[in-house]
Design a protein around this ligand. Sequence first.
Ligand code: ZN
Length: 217
Amino acid sequence: MARRGWIYESLGEKITLSQVFLILNNPFYYGEFEYPEQSGKWFKGAHQPLISKELFLQVQSSRLIPSKVKYGSKTFAFKGIFKCGSCGSEITVEEKFKLLKDGSLRRHVYYHCTRQVKYDCPEKYVNESDLSAKLLNYIQTNVASIKISEELQRRAARHFEIVIHHFATHQISTDRLHPLVEYAGFVLNKGSYTEQGELVQGIQSTFVIRGREITTT
Ligand SMILES: [Zn+2]
């Protein structure tokens, strides 16, 4: 299993955690539905609820969906967290907006060396989504040796309880899953910037970017 703990197999069917959270975030699965959509008219479904209303509400209150980032908000997940592995400078972050043909703006976020230590540091920029994917990969690969804060342990454990509860409903084994890997996968894909930053800060290592890859010192 290359991506340990991230893709699950059950009855020949692959389920990703993002699909699980789609289920956990759709009131339909605890037996209620809105029709027409956005009308505020709710009906009780005839089907057997897949999850309880309590679990649904628990999931809603335990997570924050990142709100759309506003223009010029200068909000970043990993500000002040990374050092440059090539020269030792701080890694800074900036955003650029590209005007699309339809008039909307697309936001691009880049992390790059400040070159305070070495003015001609060769380290190239890394965009935020790549950095996020590399972080998750680092955590998956190194989970056995990673030291984390008590707060992060507590958050991962709380999240894992919900995962186990849900998976048990579907008779999916959670034996091969690791709380930190599950929590990191969830937060890096679905969490708010604040949660993402706190996840990385809860890992007791100094993260460096070298050759666009993540390592620790
Ligand atoms: Zn550098």
